[in-house]
Every structure is written in structure tokens, then in C-alpha cells.
Design a protein around this ligand. Sequence first.
Ligand code: ATP
Length: 210
Amino acid sequence: MIRTAQLTKSFGERTLWQGVDLTLPSGRMLALVGPSGSGKTTLLNCLGLLEKPSSGDILHGEKSLTHLGAGGRRRFRKAHLGYLFQNYALMENATVRQNLDLARRDRERQAHALERVGLAGRGGEKVHRMSGGEQQRIALARLMVKQPSLVLADEPTGALDEGNGRMVIDTLRQMAHEGCTVVVATHKEDVRDGCDDAFDVHTQCLSVAV
Ligand SMILES: Nc1ncnc2c1ncn2[C@@H]1O[C@H](COP(=O)(O)OP(=O)(O)OP(=O)(O)O)[C@@H](O)[C@H]1O
């Protein structure tokens, strides 16, 4: 389980959020909501150890993650974290399969994941020839192959039509069901409604579903 303790982030004089205490239990989906510029992506980046908070801590069990060095952060990210970010972070000149190999070289899992995201049989294609929405779905397939314990998703339905958007949320829900924690930054009401809990980074109000 990951939790934050009095987490605060400022850029210069401007404080985005302060004293954030969040518990992220496995099996649950948390939506990060709030107006544009309120700091949803920045909070995701901090949880993903891509950016440092100004103060406070992020804890995995009793272990502080904010005090890890570069090597420790890299190992933690590799072992535990999965990202579904807007730039997809795919190797564009490689094939879909080569991208999935980076997560885990398990052809059976890969085939299942590609089928789940509607890209069955496309493993040999070069990523840069595929559409934005298809690339977003490759990133989702890569997550399914990796099976991280914490998934961080930034507007994961952004480039997708309604049906594929629903498929993404259903897949994240399935991953939560299998025991991972999912955190989703979103403006979209249907995505928020698909999550269990919601944290408004602007008002710092947490709504928990019972
Ligand atoms: N490295 C940085 N230096 C200074 N300001 C930054 C930096 N990174 C982000 N910001 C500022 O922090 C604020 C929050 O940005 P962030 O992307 O986290 O918001 P957001 O809630 O995700 O917005 P949106 O919904 O529009 O994507 C913005 O005003 C942004 O300009």
C-alpha cells in the first residue's frame, strides 16, 4: 500500500496543494479531479517518483520513497509502477511486440492483452505507423503485460472514441480487481464515475465510495 503524508508542492511562490494525506489501498481506483492547472498531473508525477514534492513524504509500507536516490527510484519504478501518460512513452521505431517485451517477454500474456485492447494480430507492426488512439491502447496492453502494483493514468481516454474509452476504464477496473491500485487524473465525469473514490486537488476534498 502507498500513502502520502503531508505532501506539498509549490512552484516558487505558488502552492499547488499542501498537506495531502492520501491512502492508496490495493484494489481501488482513485480519480484525481480539479480545474485545469490545479496540479493533477504534478501529483501523479510525484506519486510516480518522476518529480519531487516540496515537502512531506510518500510511503510504501513503512519505507519512505521521497528519500530514495536515483538508483532506488529507478528500481522502485521498474518493480512497482505502471504509467499511462499522454505521450504514451512508447518506442516509436520498434514494433508493438518489442514494446511489450520491455514489460515482460511472455507471448501468451501479450496475445491476451492485445486481444483485450482490440489489437489482436498487430504485434509485428511498427508503432509510428499506428494512430494516436491505437498507440494509447498499446500503452494499455503494455500495462496489462507488466501487471504493476500501482497504475498512474493521466487522461487515459483522451485520444479515444466512446467505446474504446469505456474499454480502457473497464481494463483498469479489471487490473484493480486483480489487486493493483489505480490513480487516474481526469476532467471527464464518466471516468470519475468509473472510479471508487475522488480527490479534488483544488479543494483537497476526498470523496470515498462506501
Ligand atoms: N516545472 C514547472 N515549473 C513551474 N510551474 C510548473 C511546472 N510544472 C507544472 N507547473 C505549473 O503547475 C500548475 C499545475 O500543472 P498540472 O499540469 O499539474 O495541472 P493539471 O491539473 O494536471 O492541469 P490540466 O488539467 O490542464 O492538465 C500549472 O500552472 C503549471 O504551469
